[in-house]
Design a protein around this ligand. Structure first.
Ligand code: F0G
Length: 454
């Protein structure tokens, strides 16, 4: 069969409020042309993020009911710990309320002034936590990872030669090496097993622990199965286990590949660091058997982890993201290729060449997507990265719009509707004007800035 159906049926639904283009124009104007300032019930298709937006299964909701809310020693923690260890065999598993809380704890222990944390590409919160500790966050992505049209199958790979040069020069300053699976900042691109092994070998040579930022580990494992010949006949679960066998620790946002709306953890083998982490956890998150979560959240994660490695799910997940990407390409819309796991990234600089970078072409496209189709997405370009610490403004390397797809939420007809909206966007794109910022906060301006047309 050619059609890959959603491998689930729907038991509980959330209505979508239908709006007209005229109504959406007014709503967008009232939100100062910033999608973060829209009310989500005015959005028809929400591609703002794949984080915390998954639909939970009946089994997860049943787990929620079973959650034990004891302060200490809850059996829900036991089930959570066993489910994590089934895939990721770490000694110490420490629950947190989301990924950035795990990062904060980790870098409070290993970061600090003078330290350097290399990664294939740090996600914003990871970079922010590294820098907040006083350390330097370094991206050592392969060059193909920065070229939107390169078809390299593993554009999330780390440049092993650059890592060697760093470790030779700065051996004392590097407390650990990180790999982000998949690389969100660069288009949801995977890291190959070969690259993981090469990075691990280098870490061993220099006596450095290897940590994974593991938010989308299952999508990464499925790409290894699809694209790395040696792994075609391996189960995703065994690929996941092999990936993590090369790691000494991990941070996790369960809001992605654990199919829940909140949660995360820090896991590691180093007993000394684990002790320090638990001490910090008690101050900031909670007792080590619940972290920042309720017992019921731990149950939902435990079930989610068994569902995320199901291959029917992953085939549907990766294929449906590709389906959207391929349809946009057919309409002549330039996207980051190959299509990543959790999102399609449109190259707005190439799509709207008449809008200069500092008139925010990706923001203009985000506004058009909402007005034309009620679709919400996120700018990843000069609005997000353009403001420099000295107050000046510089165009970002890329002007992207991310269409992040929530897990198990939308059906193929929702996606077909999105594709139809893009036909209109293509027809009208030459009339689209640039934008200007009329008000902005001193930092992280994309969340709250106010815009107008040029
Ligand atoms: N690492 C990566 C690669 C991420 O994508 C995120 C979150 C985090 C860490 C932090 O996790 O949100 O649970 O604290 N990414 C979301 C996104 C916000 O929209 O891409 P968190």
């Amino acid at each position: 069969m050619k059609t890959i159906i959603e491998p689930f049926r729907i038991k509980s639904v959330e209505p979508i409020r239908m709006t007209s283009r005229e109504e959406r124009k007014l709503l967008m104007r009232a939100a100062h042309y910033n999608p973060f300032l829209l009310h989500s019930d005015d959005v028809m298709i929400d591609f703002l993020t794949d984080s915390g937006t998954s639909a939970m299964s009946a089994a997860q909701w049943a787990g929620i009911m079973r959650g034990d809310e004891s302060y200490a020693g809850s059996p829900s923690f036991g089930r959570f710990e066993a489910a994590v260890r089934e895939l990721m065999p770490f000694e110490h598993i420490i629950p947190t309320h989301q990924g950035r809380a795990a990062e904060k704890i980790l870098f409070s222990i290993v970061g600090g002034k003078g330290k350097i944390i290399p990664n294939n590409a740090h996600f914003d919160t990871t970079r922010a936590n590294v820098e907040y500790s006083g350390a330097t966050a370094l991206d050592l992505l392969i060059v193909e990872g920065r070229n939107p049209s390169s078809l390299h199958p593993f554009k999330g790979n780390m440049d092993v030669q650059k890592l060697r040069t760093l470790l030779e020069a700065e051996h004392q300053s590097v407390p650990l090496v990180m790999l982000t699976l998949t690389n969100n900042s660069g288009g949801g691109q995977p890291v190959s097993m070969e690259n993981i092994k090469a990075v691990k070998a280098l870490c061993q040579e220099f006596g450095k622990p290897l940590f994974f930022d593991s938010c989308r580990f299952a999508e990464n494992a499925y790409f290894i199965k699809l694209r790395e010949p040696d792994y075609q006949h391996h189960s995703v679960k065994s690929i996941v286990r092999e990936m993590f066998s090369y790691a000494d620790g991990m941070t996790m946002s369960a809001k992605k590949d654990a199919l829940v709306n909140i949660g995360g953890w820090l896991a590691l083998n180093n007993a000394d660091w684990a002790q320090q982490a638990r001490n910090l956890l008690i101050i900031t998150e909670g007792f080590p058997t619940y972290g920042g979560l309720a017992g019921r959240d731990l149950e939902a994660i435990a079930v989610g982890l068994s569902e995320i490695v199901e291959e029917d799910y992953l085939q549907y997940r990766i294929r449906s993201t590709q389906y959207l990407g391929e349809a946009l390409l057919k309409l002549g819309i330039p996207i980051v290729q190959p299509v990543g796991g959790h999102a399609v990234y449109i190259d707005a600089k190439a799509f709207l060449p008449h809008i200069p970078a500092l008139q925010y072409p990706a923001q203009a496209l985000v506004v058009a997507m909402y007005e034309i189709g009620g679709i919400r997405a996120c700018e990843i370009g000069s609005v997000m990265f353009g403001r420099q610490t000295d107050g000046s403004e510089k165009a970002a390397a890329m002007e992207l719009v991310r269409l992040a797809i929530p897990r198990r939420v939308y059906t193929q007809s929702h996606i077909d509707y999105v594709i139809e909206c893009f036909e209109t966007i293509v027809a009208e794109k030459d009339q689209l004007r640039g934008m200007k910022i009329v008000e902005e906060p001193p930092t992280l301006r994309h969340f709250t800035a106010k815009f107008d047309w040029v």
